[in-house]
Structures are given as C-alpha cells and as structure tokens.
Design a protein around this ligand. Structure first.
Ligand code: NAP
Length: 509
C-alpha cells in the first residue's frame, strides 16, 4: 500500500519486517480481532528472504508442508521443496487474504528507535511513529556479507551477492565465478553450470552434502491433501519428527557417524574422480556447519567447463580473480554466495533501551536474551528470529510460531495486569543464557572444527542456533511466564509502580 506519512501516529503494536515472522505475528493479531497494529517493511514487497533471494535454483531446504504456517497450511505445494517464487507467492497471499494490507507500510525503513517513558519512539523514512510494543521481525539472514577481498572495486565484470541477484547481468556463455559453497551456492551452481562457458567455484571449506530427494507432488496427491486435512497434518508431522531425528544426529556421535557415512556414499556415488572427491571432502565434523541437501551439485562439478577451485578467493585485479592457491582466472562475472551478517544484526545499533544503552552495545559480546525473545533493559520489545532461535535441522517457521505465542501471552498479561511495560529480569536472562551455554558447550557447533554463522566471532558463543530439539524450544519458550518478567503498573492516582529489579532505574521511567 502507499504511504500516507507516519508522523504523529501511535499504535499499540508495531511490527518491524514483513517476512514469515512479521506476517505471522500480524496474522495472529488480526485473527484475535486486534486492529491497532502496523507492519513496517523496508522492502517494496512482503516476503523477506523469499522476496530478496531470486537467484536461479532458489528453493527451500525444509519440506514445504512443514515450512509454512501451521495455522495456514497449503495443500497444493508443487514439490516437496517448493521453489522460492512459490513460497513468496504464498506469503503475498497470506498478507492479502488475512487482511494485513491496510496494516502494511512498504518501503518504510526504521532508522532509529528509543524507549521513552512508556512507549517506543520509532523514526522511519516516512516519519515518526510511537508504539506501546515493538515486535522486531527483521530476520537474521537479511544483510548480505561480502568478503574482504583486495581489489574488489577494481573488478571489471558484473559482481553481485546472490541475495541481490542482478537479473540484468549477462551470464550465458560467459566466464563466471561463484564464491562460496554453502546452501545458497549449492543451489545456484548447478543452474549456472549449463549456462556459463566456464564456471569456477571458489571453495574455502567443503560442505557436507546429503541426498535431497525432491520430487513433484502429483495432482492426485495434491487433491488428497486438500480433501483430507489429516493427510496434510500427517505429512507435516512426519517431516517435523524427521527433523527432530536430525537434531539427535547433531548431538549423538554414533548417529553423526551414520550421517557422515550417508554423505560420504553420496560423494563417492556422484564423483568418480578421486582428486575431485578428496577436494570435496570436508575437514571438520559433519553437522558443525549446516548440512546441505543436494542431488545436483556434485554432478554439476563434473560437467565440461566447470572447475572447483579448492581455496578461497584472495584477490581481484580487474578481470582476474586470484585464488589463495595462486591460481588465476579470467572472469566476466562474479557471484558472491558468501553468507550474511548474522551475529551482529543490522537493527541492533538502531535500538536504544530504557537506560540509554543501544542494543548493539548490550550485545557487544554476542546476542543474549530471555526466551530468545526479550532482552533486559528493553521494555516491551520482542524479537522474533533473534538470539538462539535458529535451527539447522528443522523448520524456522515452527520456532517463529512458538515465539509469536510467547508475545501473545505477554500482550495478554499486559492487559490483565493493567501494566504499561514488561521486560525480562536480569536474573531470568542470565539463567537462560547460562542454560544455552551449558547446552551448547559440548556440541558439534562449538567443537566440530569449523567456523559458521551460528557462532559469534567475538565471544565464540553459540548465539544464533537453539541447541536443543525444536519441540523443546516450544516447551521452554512458547508460553509467556510472568515470573521471568518485571513490570510497570500505574495505581489509581496514575503513579507508576515497578516490580522488584526495575527499581534500580526509577528515574529512567
Ligand atoms: P553460508 O552458509 O554462510 O555460506 C557462505 C559461504 O561463503 C561459505 O562456504 C564460506 O566459506 C564462503 N566464503 C566466504 N568468503 C569466502 C571467500 N573469500 N572465498 C571463498 N569462499 C568464501 O551462506 P549461505 O550459503 O547463503 O547460507 C546461509 C544460510 O541460509 C544457510 O545456512 C541456510 O540456513 C540458509 N539458506 C537456506 C536455503 C534454503 O532453504 N534452501 C538456501 C540458501 C540459504 P567458509 O565455510 O569457509 O566460511
């Protein structure tokens, strides 16, 4: 919808971001009959990840029956792993059909927000809005990361990150480099392999790859899913518990060894050349980084004109890419599939809490929270997809839905208690953080011999991933627990009363 200017607007709940998390929050509010909320979205469309990632081959690596809202299931996904455009269309349909369009402000980026007495003052490119509660749903893989490569600005060809695909760039019949071998690169490389005259894949670390097993759903299956919701529920449930089994593989050495056997057999079965096979064999424990599912990456590397460079991109010199190995490649285009700024979210420097501290300062040693959803010192702020809310083994949407339930519980509590503000106590946050550190301590993510976007490079703490089963996340965090929070209420004379630990900061209120 077009923007009418936000200056002077006050809303009860302000949601930042219109991807899966922000839309999910909006839908749940709307379905409860709430009307006093806004969703701000910096992009020109809803969809988040699925709006931004339009590279060839983009698809979900969690089955779509599970990678969709439990409260808005879709029986007619075309494939087990739906292509990105289909997921994007699902999200647009959710926004439209759930009545969110009047609440949406597109192309409206938050530039600053601060807690002032009993509300958030949020500055945006379209004016200043105040809100009693802010739900930050700005994503964790939304800021592309480019590697620090000498001479990047001298490169004479087309160069772009895969999450900002340049659809105008000419790649057919040209010499193309792809930097990275994570989930994005492994989807992209097979698509480019048949198009580029020469394709070089710069691999700094090899990925563990297991079979994907994607297929189209037949017309009959899709009709059955539509006719009988129980069949769809069963499918969803089966995928969920397969995902939970994958978590058991991460924490159990025996199961991890079995998974590694599957990956090694996959490599052996798809790559005949022993030298290439050796180059593609990871030197860290399986599960340390995200295990990638692909049936076409290895075959693509054996296609004519495709070359694996088993070292990182070190330097660019006009049209020449120089690898750490010293190999030089003349390239017309370069695609960076080099990941995202995950550990230091771009919104954190924009948020100032009740005692004047910025969220980025509060997180200078890595993200912490209570329930992966709220932060001491930041009243009435709830963060979806934030600290320790990611998964490497199951659906992100399941986690988001648990967090949404937590927020809905908090909103209900604010109303029931007649409170104006809530924030987790320092003790609750410290205990939660200690529990995360304890769970993470012995895991493959911290001890598997790799670097990954799950771990904060400053503290070496696991700050992105939830180190337990997904259903344990819901049990721990899907319910709002008032005892973990401090609150502010006003008495009949309008005087504010704070519960225990908040009193050290009276003047800030
Ligand atoms: P990523 O997993 O962070 O991978 C980035 C890759 O770039 C790594 O292989 C990294 O190497 C490499 N790299 C960085 N600098 C380099 C350099 N100078 N030279 C060579 N390589 C370099 O990023 P991603 O692939 O975009 O995936 C991020 C996450 O997004 C995934 O884990 C997944 O959760 C999600 N994702 C999901 C899907 C899906 O659902 N289908 C698709 C794409 C992404 P190192 O490993 O050595 O650091």
């Amino acid at each position: 919808m077009t923007d009418a200017g936000l200056d002077g607007t006050h809303v009860d709940v302000l949601i930042v971001g219109a991807g899966f998390a922000g839309l999910g929050m909006g839908i749940r509010l709307a379905r409860r009959g709430m009307t006093d909320f806004l969703i701000l979205e910096r992009g020109s469309d809803v969809g988040g990840t699925w709006r931004d990632n339009t590279y060839p081959g983009v698809a979900c690596d969690i089955p779509s029956h599970l990678y969709s809202f439990s409260f808005r299931q879709k029986p007619d996904w075309s494939r087990v792993f739906a292509p990105g455009a289909e997921i994007q269309e699902y999200l647009r349909e959710c926004a439209r059909e759930e009545g969110l369009l009047p609440h949406l402000r597109l192309s409206t980026a938050v530039t600053n927000m601060r807690w002032a007495h009993d509300r958030w003052i949020v500055e945006t490119g379209a004016g200043t809005v105040s809100a009693r509660v802010v739900v930050m749903a700005a994503g964790r893989l939304s800021e592309p990361r480019l590697p620090e490569v000498d001479g990047l600005d001298t490169f004479t060809g087309d160069a772009f990150h895969c999450a900002r695909w340049d659809h105008g760039a000419r790649l057919d019949g040209r010499r193309v480099g792809v930097v990275g071998t994570g989930s994005s690169a492994l989807q992209l490389v097979p698509q480019l392999a048949g198009r580029a005259s020469e394709l070089v894949v710069f691999q700094r670390s090899a990925a563990w790859v297991v079979p994907r097993g994607d297929r189209q759903y037949t017309e009959a299956e899709r009709r059955l899913f539509a006719l009988d919701p129980e069949v769809l529920d069963d499918s969803r449930s089966r995928y969920f518990w397969t995902g939970e089994e994958a978590f058991a593989q991460r924490i159990d050495a025996g199961r991890r060894a079995a998974l590694e056997t599957v990956a090694r057999q996959h490599l052996d079965g798809q790559v005949a050349d022993p030298v290439l096979r050796a180059a593609l064999t990871p030197d860290y424990e399986i599960g340390c980084k995200r295990v990638v599912i692909s049936d076409d990456f290895y075959p693509a590397l054996s296609m004519p004109g495709v070359r694996l460079e088993a070292s990182s991109l070190a330097r660019l010199d006009r049209g020449t890419a120089v690898a750490a190995s010293g190999e030089r490649y003349e390239l017309d285009a370069l695609v960076f599939a080099t990941g995202f700024e995950s550990t230091q979210p771009a919104y954190a420097p924009l948020v100032t809490g009740r005692d004047g501290v910025r969220l980025s300062e509060r997180w200078s040693d890595g993200m912490t929270s209570y329930a992966s959803t709220a932060v001491h010192g930041f009243p009435n702020l709830f963060i979806l997809d934030g600290p320790n809310a990611s998964l490497g083994h199951n659906s992100a949407i399941f986690m988001i839905e648990a967090q949404i339930d937590h927020v809905l519980g908090a909103l209900a509590h604010l109303a029931d208690a007649g409170a104006s503000a809530l924030e987790p106590s320092a003790e609750a946050e410290a205990a939660y953080t200690a529990r995360i550190d304890e769970l993470a301590g012995s895991t493959v993510w911290l001890n598997g011999g790799c670097t990954s976007w799950y771990v904060d490079e400053r503290s070496r703490r696991l700050t992105l991933l939830w180190p337990d089963f997904a259903h344990a996340f819901r049990e721990a965090n899907g319910t709002f627990r008032p005892e973990a929070y401090e609150q502010v209420t006003a008495d009949r004379n309008g005087r504010k009363n704070k519960s225990s630990a908040w009193s050290h900061d009276d003047q800030a209120l």
